[in-house]
Ligand binder design. Structure first.
Ligand SMILES: Cc1cc2nc3c(=O)[nH]c(=O)nc-3n(C[C@H](O)[C@H](O)[C@H](O)COP(=O)(O)OP(=O)(O)OC[C@H]3O[C@@H](n4cnc5c(N)ncnc54)[C@H](O)[C@@H]3O)c2cc1C
Length: 455
């Protein structure tokens, strides 16, 4: 089939869709439209100090997990696998609770369990173990994650553990989050490894390198940063699709005429152009989709799109020439319980996880916060959390991420399914970022959406 696909957003959602279109519809024509002057969207790598420091300003690393096949397939085909850099897994994560950092094992062994008992007590360990079977059997119908976890863990454990983990990951209390979206990941239910293996076949060399490098790792990056992923994807698309592929940077979508299947875009040189599509793939925030749609008959849909709420956050990549973390700190980071009322949401220890990407004996961490406060305030809080005076960083790179994470409130999935269905009837497919923030899941959803069109 020689469809004309128009993709808005040259980010991972957009580029991975283009990649799978090439896989499934070799004759298709693809036009990519991106409003900024760069590709990659939230994936942003910055190199400093003659490339000695690699800062990941957006996603910090890619977690290895159950949903990896489409992403690995892509990494294989674009030839990025020799650049896989794997994490050194730390034994702990920490939670900040009642003015102290407390350990949570990242892997179970005698040492980590003993440390857990020392930090939290034997009874708490037993309570968590007892809750586990309930997790598998519980049939509660509520989509309110907090209420669901209260049932399983009890209020105390929910307050201590679940609130910390989910607040750090979504910037929201568990009582405002959807169980379907954040816990059960209902949108991943169609993932079928056996089926995928038939369609997405790895090269032998890739499998060997992946197995050798990733065997003990928890997550990975690439030698020249995560931004290599979108960059290499773009190169692959240009090389393989040639005249069937075009990309417009610095180009804004002004209007979307659904009846005429037409986009009106304003290009870098201020020229206005109309672009016809068979299938339109929109990987932009829902408010932007609402603004593009002009048809009055779709006012209800526009209102629903506008109602989707987003969280904004601030990241700081901070580095020092020397080691600054306490000697006994052996974690990939820590998260803060919202009841502690701190500015910091959590901290990630980049240089402990990926020491090969930083100068020897240096330290690099990423700090996340919801509120915009002074750097000094952040350093003061870090000092309190780590129990030592932390000052004079070599560099702080601060970034405001406006409306970057969707607030997945209870009921979100059902509402989004209705919006998605209505748009699909009009040949419009929305980005996977409406369902997940995890890169492997995002790539799978890009694949499965394109596969549905194929069938
Ligand atoms: C601070 C932070 C940390 C994260 N950490 C991790 C992590 O460690 N691991 C992980 O797996 N994920 C992480 N994520 C999530 C991950 O980065 C995102 O889920 C993913 O990059 C989203 O990609 P996307 O392609 O869906 O959208 P985006 O990257 O948001 O791209 C949207 C694109 O659309 C363009 N655009 C917007 N409007 C228009 C328009 N009108 N016309 C044309 N173009 C437009 C934008 O310029 C942008 O390029 C993190 C995210 C953030 C912000």
């Amino acid at each position: 089939m020689s469809y004309q696909f128009v993709i808005v957003g040259a980010c991972l959602s957009g580029l991975s869709k283009a990649f799978f279109i090439k896989h499934l519809f070799p004759k298709a024509k693809i036009t990519l439209i991106e409003q900024s002057n760069r590709i990659g969207g939230m994936i942003q790598t910055r190199k400093e100090n003659q490339n000695q420091f690699i800062f990941e300003e957006g996603p910090h690393s890619i977690k290895i997990g159950r949903y990896d096949r489409p992403l690995f397939y892509m990494i294989d085909k674009i030839g990025l696998y020799p650049e896989l850099v794997t994490s050194i897994q730390q034994p702990y994560n920490y939670i900040y609770w009642k003015d102290e950092l407390k350990s949570v094992p990242q892997r179970m062994n005698f040492e980590t369990i003993s440390r857990f008992i020392k930090d939290h007590g034997k009874e708490e360990l037993l309570n968590l173990i007892k809750a586990y079977p309930k997790l598998l059997l519980n049939k509660q119908v509520t989509d309110n994650l907090g209420e669901y976890l209260d049932e399983i863990l009890g209020k105390e454990l929910t307050k201590k553990y679940a609130e910390t983990v989910y607040y750090g990951s979504y910037g929201e209390s568990v009582y405002n989050l959807s169980r379907n979206m954040c816990f059960d990941k209902i949108y991943m239910q169609s993932y079928d490894e056996v089926e995928l293996k038939k369609d997405l076949i790895y090269d032998k060399e890739f499998e060997q390198i992946r197995d050798k490098k990733l065997r003990k790792a928890h997550s990975y990056r690439f030698t020249y940063g995560l931004e290599s992923l979108p960059k290499r994807l773009l190169r692959y698309l240009k090389d393989n699709l040639r005249e069937n592929f075009e990309i417009y940077l610095d180009t804004k979508v002004q209007e979307l005429n659904i009846e005429q299947k037409e986009l009106i875009i304003e290009k870098e040189d201020k020229n206005i152009q109309k672009i016809y599509y068979d299938k339109l793939l929109l990987n932009v925030p829902s408010s932007q989709i609402a603004t593009m749609i002009q048809n009055q008959s779709l006012d209800k849909l526009k209102e629903d799109l506008k109602k989707i709420k987003y969280t904004s956050l601030i990241t700081r990549n901070i580095c020092w020439d020397q080691k600054i973390l306490p000697r006994n700190f052996r974690g990939s980071g820590y998260l803060i319980n919202p009841n502690e009322n701190k500015n910091i949401l959590g901290m990630v220890t980049d240089s402990l996880q990926f020491p090969m990407q930083y100068p020897q004996d240096s330290t690099s961490v990423t700090v996340l916060s919801l509120k915009d406060v002074e750097d000094d305030q952040i350093l003061k809080e870090l000092s309190i959390h780590l129990g030592m005076n932390i000052q004079d960083p070599k560099m702080i790179i601060k970034k405001n991420w406006m409306d970057c994470w969707i607030k997945w409130n209870p009921g979100y999935f059902d509402k989004m399914m209705m919006i998605e269905k209505e748009l699909e009837e009009k040949s419009i497919i929305i980005g996977a970022n409406h369902f997940t923030m995890s890169i492997p899941e995002l790539v799978y959803l890009s694949y499965s959406k394109m596969k549905q069109l194929y069938v």
